[in-house]
Design a protein around this ligand. Structure first.
Ligand code: PSV
Ligand code: MN
Length: 404
């Protein structure tokens, strides 16, 4: 596809608005989206896991797949790991393996929701012995960070209760504070701890970290190394996520994202499919926050059930790229003038104008300048990698579990 003429026209249009095309391209080239190891193995819903031929069977194959997504997209140079799903004997070797494939180990995600002892919670469990076990796992994950070179500890707790009176909500809050503050002692130097929240599920009466305000309050208690992680699937219907993002960014407490799309609950659908405008709103807040967004970690949190795994992950990464590009070409100067003039719909149109702009030629130009195929999805479909791994790995039969 010849996109050069279209790119030149777009570049001219942007320049006329006072937007530096070189600056926009430099930012797009530096974009970094982390993919999750759990998106490469067989995972699905609690009803059925449909095995995908060629799905990665272990963390090394997951790293291979993540490296492949990076090779095609040019913007996915790290992989998040989940412990114990990705447990190995040699974590130094794991870090080296990732490096040899051209990517890094990103966030380390402890798993506090799978083992029997966590039925009534992990850090908030009424039993001191179980809380201690949970802390032991936390410390293990901090050590794994040190060995793999990870700079992020990404925390999500399934902790909560199903019925009023089941446990003391206030006592659980105190236990959580204590556990999180204790965790900061084990974080490797220069690393951060991201606190994720979710308003319900698997607990249905109360969740110990139900929303961003609770995660923010915990982060404040834990000091500068603690920040909030926003998973786009973890909010009630209609929540304005861009607002939460803007607030946290301004307070320098937005640590990262788990991107996905939702319609009903924590659906984990491909980000930017049914929520492209929401994703654009979020990215425009990030762009406007300037250096306050410098350390934000952008991670995908999706585990696909019926979608081809690698194509789904590639599309997710590319949808983030599209949203970022649209946010970068908003005429923020004009926006500020219209805001000052109180022009409600004029300002809204500035946003829509950027969103409606066909930025595909710009993205193709950026990829070409990076030495990539301008159309990664077509390159993926024309490539042999998927066929190769299908042959090598075959079908791994999984039990009917939502997990791997
Ligand atoms: C929980 O729903 C969550 O969003 C957390 O981030 C977990 O670590 C991840 O999904 C994988 O289960
Ligand atoms: Mn998540």
């Amino acid at each position: 596809m010849d996109f050069k003429a279209d790119y030149d026209r777009l570049a001219e249009k942007l320049t006329a608005k006072g937007i530096s095309v070189d600056d926009v391209k430099a930012k797009l080239k530096a974009q970094h989206i982390e993919t999750p190891s759990w998106g490469y193995g067989n995972g699905g819903t609690r009803f059925k896991v449909f095995a995908w031929e060629g799905a990665a069977r272990n963390i090394y194959e997951k790293i291979d797949d993540a490296a492949y997504i990076h090779k095609l997209s040019g913007i996915a140079p790290s992989i998040a790991i989940h412990i114990p799903w990705d447990k190995v004997d040699d974590y130094d070797g794991l870090g080296e393996y990732a490096k040899s494939k051209g990517i890094a180990i990103g966030a380390v995600n402890p798993n506090f929701f799978q083992d029997d002892q966590y039925k009534l919670g992990s850090l908030t469990n009424p039993s001191p012995a179980i809380r201690e076990e949970a802390m032991g796992h936390m410390i293990e994950c901090c050590e794994i960070m040190g060995k793999t070179g990870s700079k992020l500890l990404s925390l999500w707790f399934a902790d909560g209760t199903n019925y009023a009176g089941q446990d003391s909500i206030r006592e659980r809050k105190h236990r959580l504070e204590q556990g999180l503050m204790e965790t900061t002692k084990y974080l490797p130097a220069g690393s951060r701890m991201l606190i994720e929240y979710k308003f319900f599920e698997p607990a249905f009466y109360h969740t110990d970290l139900a929303d961003w305000g609770m995660a923010y309050a915990m982060a404040l208690k834990c000091g500068a190394q603690a920040q909030v992680l926003v998973d786009t699937g973890h909010h009630a219907q209609g929540t304005n996520i861009a607002h939460i993002v803007s607030f946290l960014l301004d307070e320098r407490r937005l640590g990262g994202f788990h991107f996905n799309a939702r319609r009903y609950a924590d659906d984990d659908l491909i980000v930017g499919t049914n929520n492209p405008y929401e994703l654009f709103e979020i990215y425009s807040e990030l762009v406007q926050a300037g250096d306050k967004a410098d350390d934000v970690a952008y991670m995908i949190d999706q585990s696909h059930n019926i979608e081809p795994k690698l194509e789904a992950m590639l599309l997710s990464v590319l949808n983030c790229q599209t949203a970022y590009a649209r946010a970068l070409i908003v005429d923020y100067k004009k926006l500020a003038d219209l805001q000052l003039a109180g022009d409600v719909l004029g300002a809204q149109q500035v946003m829509v104008d950027a969103f409606d702009t066909d930025i595909r030629p710009l993205l193709m130009q950026v990829r070409t300048e990076k030495g990539l195929d301008p159309n990664p999805l077509a390159a993926y479909r024309a490539d042999e990698y998927v066929k190769k791994v299908a042959k090598e790995r075959g079908i791994t039969i999984s039990a009917g579990s939502a997990l791997q």
